[in-house]
Design a protein around this ligand. Structure first.
Ligand SMILES: [Zn+2]
Length: 410
């Protein structure tokens, strides 16, 4: 069996894993990194079938290119198909706004819709002598890990979270010979979620009490819902702007992929939604908390809110997740400055960072690996994989830390 990471080996983003055995070629994810300019994985060859783990662009961003060029069918769960298509359509819009040449267009996303093959958790597909199964990854609703049964058994995690969140249950281990595991949080542990939630809620209330606006940048998919459910019942005037509302509606149509659909419905009933610029002007005046895109502050309505409040020391920008290198959010975290239009601008309002990650941390990755009982571990999707590699080697695992494009014979 040959495994090649075409992207997303040493970086968080652009994930694409190519598996070849007995003349069959499969591709798992084909993402891009939505930095400025965007970064792409190495172009994949034509494959027999592709699999998409979840809707986030760093896993799905190049899937339309694959379909448009090769007519490849793509297997994914229903939430991944519906929400993923929405994010890809948005990404075409964003790249044309930003003026970067896009590797595909709206028409290609339409073509992709015809090539999606729906599969659910527990399903397995036979492709020649290879059997591929789907298992919940605990990252966002519909996020899948793939087990590949061939001459050796592989498990490809995509993005995983092993702990329960408000939105989904944590991933359970799957026994395998070779574990291909994401390592976003290699070398770092999350504080306990209950502590993070308490600090975040206290800070939000403090900002509101002193008359400021709490601006909460969040990805539309996953993080927005998690933040709504964290803030529910706190008695705050919460407004939601951006694509998150459409995602909520899609998720409520597929309640089987949620941990507690009734709680998401409750959170939705406690949140007011901005659907157009007129509503933005009206609702923004009354809002105490605004949850809005983009999560890494690179575009979307969050920039309008920050721009409005940039000199208001009573207001706060409360970041809720990992900020990839090269993004506005990372710059804001490191220097208190960000790009508003073409201008680098110092932000006077308070800045906070809260680790609401939907990725397993260092210790959880080790626990999960042990429970999968693999002979070999391939680390991917990490800027700092050596920390995890060292600890896993100490525990007796054979660990690979491949470069992008390196062909591994397994
Ligand atoms: Zn993800």
């Amino acid at each position: 069996m040959k495994l090649t990471l075409l992207g997303g080996a040493s970086e968080v983003g652009s994930l694409s894993a190519h598996v070849e055995e007995g003349g069959l070629r499969l591709l798992f994810d084909c993402g891009l990194t939505p930095s400025k300019p965007p970064k792409y994985p190495m172009r994949p060859p034509a494959v027999d079938l592709a699999f998409l783990s979840h809707a986030h662009i760093d896993h799905s961003g190049m899937i339309p290119w694959l379909c448009a060029n090769f007519g490849t069918d793509v297997v994914a769960t229903p939430p991944t198909i519906v929400v993923g298509t929405m994010l890809l359509e948005d990404s075409v819009k964003v790249s044309s706004l930003e003026g970067y040449p896009a590797p595909y267009d709206k028409g290609d996303v339409k073509v992709l819709k015809k090539h999606f093959q729906e599969a659910g958790f527990g399903d397995s597909l036979d492709i020649g002598n290879i059997e591929v199964g789907l298992h919940p990854a605990g990252h966002i609703p519909g996020a899948a890990m793939f087990s590949v049964k061939a001459s050796r058994d592989l498990l490809i995690t995509g993005d995983i979270n092993t702990l329960d969140s408000h939105l989904v249950n944590g991933a359970a281990p799957v026994k395998c010979d070779i574990l291909v595991i994401e390592s976003t949080y290699s070398g770092r542990d999350h504080p306990p979620r209950s502590e993070t939630e308490r600090h975040f809620l206290n800070k939000t209330k403090e900002v509101v009490e002193r008359g400021g606006l709490a601006i909460v940048p969040a990805f539309a998919v996953g993080r927005t819902q998690e933040m709504m459910m964290t803030l529910m019942n706190a008695g705050l005037n919460i407004v939601l702007d951006g694509m998150g509302w459409a995602v909520n509606r899609h998720y409520m149509n597929m309640p089987g992929y949620l941990r507690a659909p009734e709680r998401l419905r409750d959170a939705m009933s406690q949140t007011r939604v901005i659907r157009n610029p007129g509503e933005r002007r009206a609702l923004a005046k009354e809002a105490e908390v605004v949850i809005t895109t983009s999560g890494m502050v690179d575009g979307g309505p969050v920039l309008d809110f920050i721009s409005e409040k940039k000199n208001d020391r009573n207001s706060a920008v409360l970041l809720t997740g990992y900020q990839v290198e090269g993004t506005n959010g990372r710059m804001l975290m490191e220097s208190g400055e960000l790009m508003l239009g073409k201008e680098k601008t110092k932000i006077q309002c308070e800045l906070g960072f809260y680790d609401f990650s939907a990725h397993a941390d260092h210790n959880e990755l080790i626990k999960f690996t042990k429970r999968c009982e693999p002979e070999e571990v391939v680390l991917c999707h990490g800027e700092n994989r050596m920390a995890l590699a060292d600890d896993l080697r100490e525990d007796g695992f054979k660990v690979h830390v491949p470069k992008e494009g390196q062909v591994m014979e397994l």
